[in-house]
Write a protein that binds this ligand. Structure first.
Ligand code: GP9
Ligand code: MN
Length: 415
């Protein structure tokens, strides 16, 4: 039955962050464009590799007047990788600790961001040049109420414009913006990039900077594919402007998950000029960039609030003037005064503005010193609770008992 939902609902209601009145609805009616930046981690942003700038365009956005750049933002994915990030962003719930929720619970009832936007007159779609069944997307997108999936069949893919996993990001953005010109507005498009994917291969003509020189070919090539992704995003912005889609849109871009695993710690330590990569370092390396680019806002800048992918749904919906106070979500609007600097990872690690909890050690975030478990314990308890509640919602398919229009539990649960 749905009795667990009562407890979860109480928790969600008690932990709601009030909206920021100045931001709520400020950009209502604009198109919403989300870009999932494949495997992009924050450590390359505003950084160099052997004297080469790795992300010139993304760097320029970190101090752009129309861009809110979040420098202490984290991915929260597990084994479901890209698909977990999609799930988290759409639902403001965690993925599962085992397997990929896209596969295991693709038929559940959800109340996704796409569904909310659809109810508010948006045409909702995902754009990604891969087979529709990859990660079970074709199936779960129905449960998420996404109107259309522009999959590989919507793109012109040739040997020349493909590398590694498929269509290169530059032609992907060119073709995607062309498709957008045909869409009913306002639309919500979520674009998923692909070139900066392990094992990070490029064609020679797309290489813009040399390889790094560590013992890890993976890390060495990563800088090159990141550089290519950066160029592709620049082209994307140009295309949006040329096609008249820029001014009336909000563009949200974020890294989906890490690109460099702990298998490459030795090479990472060399790059970051550290003796070794500790559990503390590894946790902080899970930071991925988040950009909320709002043409004409004039109010941008760097924001160092500690936040995660789970916060995107409320943050974005509120900018567009769509309420979420009745929604069963675990994230909070990052622009809210009540947003807390606390981000929970799927495996139970967490980061706050003062603490890092990893490898069952509680670190002072500033010094990296073990400060004893007591300081972390209240957060450990909350992390455990939130992960359990998220799992309960998914495993019990509990949203089928919840009326998100009214915020009421359906009658059969109450009785
Ligand atoms: C596949 C793409 C990559 O379509 O989203 O998935 P990943 O391996 O990063 O989860
Ligand atoms: Mn991915």
């Amino acid at each position: 039955d749905g009795s667990e939902l009562v407890e979860v609902d109480n928790y969600v209601q008690a932990n709601q962050a009030a909206v920021n009145d100045e931001m709520f609805g400020k950009y209502a009616g604009r198109n919403l464009i989300l870009v999932s930046l494949e495997s992009l981690q924050s450590f390359v942003i505003n950084n160099k590799m052997n004297g080469e700038v790795v992300t010139p365009f993304l760097n320029s956005l970190t101090n752009d007047k129309d861009t809110y750049y979040f420098s202490d933002f984290y991915h929260q994915t597990g084994l479901g990788k890209t698909s977990d990030s999609e799930f988290i962003v759409e639902n403001s719930l965690f993925g599962l600790g085992r397997g990929a929720v896209f596969f295991t619970h693709g038929g559940n009832t959800y109340n996704s961001m796409a569904e909310k936007l659809g109810e508010n007159g948006y045409f909702t779609n995902v754009m990604h040049s891969n087979n529709s069944s990859f990660w079970n997307r074709d199936m779960i997108y129905k449960s998420l109420n996404i109107d259309k999936f522009y999959d590989i069949n919507s793109y012109e893919v040739t040997d020349e414009n493909s590398v590694n996993w498929g269509l290169k990001d530059i032609p992907f953005f060119e073709q995607s913006t062309e498709l957008m010109t045909q869409m009913q507005q306002p639309f919500y498009s979520r674009l998923i990039t692909l070139t900066n994917h392990y094992p990070f291969y490029l064609d020679p003509e797309d290489i813009m900077i040399p390889e790094y020189d560590s013992n890890s070919g993976t890390l060495n090539r990563y800088f090159q594919t990141v550089r290519y992704l950066d160029e592709a995003v620049k082209v994307f912005f140009e295309e949006l402007k040329e096609k008249g889609l820029y001014e009336n849109s909000i563009i949200v871009m974020y890294g989906d998950h890490y690109g460099i695993s702990e298998n490459h710690n030795k090479a990472m330590a060399m790059y970051l000029d550290k003796e070794e990569i500790t559990a503390y370092d590894s946790a902080l390396l899970q930071s991925v960039p988040l950009y909320i680019h709002i043409p004409g806002s004039g109010d941008g800048g760097e924001i160092n609030k500690t936040a995660g992918q789970i916060d995107l749904r409320p943050t974005i919906l509120h900018l567009l003037g769509i309420e979420t106070s009745n929604d069963m979500q675990l994230g909070a609007d990052i622009f809210s005064e009540e947003h807390e600097d606390f981000v929970i990872f799927r495996d139970g690690r967490f980061v706050t503005n003062e603490l890092v909890y990893a490898g069952e050690v509680c670190y002072d975030r500033n010094t990296g010193n073990d400060i004893g478990i007591e300081a972390c314990q209240p957060y450990i308890d909350r992390a455990t609770t939130e992960l359990e509640y998220s799992d309960a919602i998914i495993n019990g398919d509990l949203l089928r008992f919840y009326d998100s229009e009214t915020g009421n539990l359906k009658q059969d649960v109450v009785n």
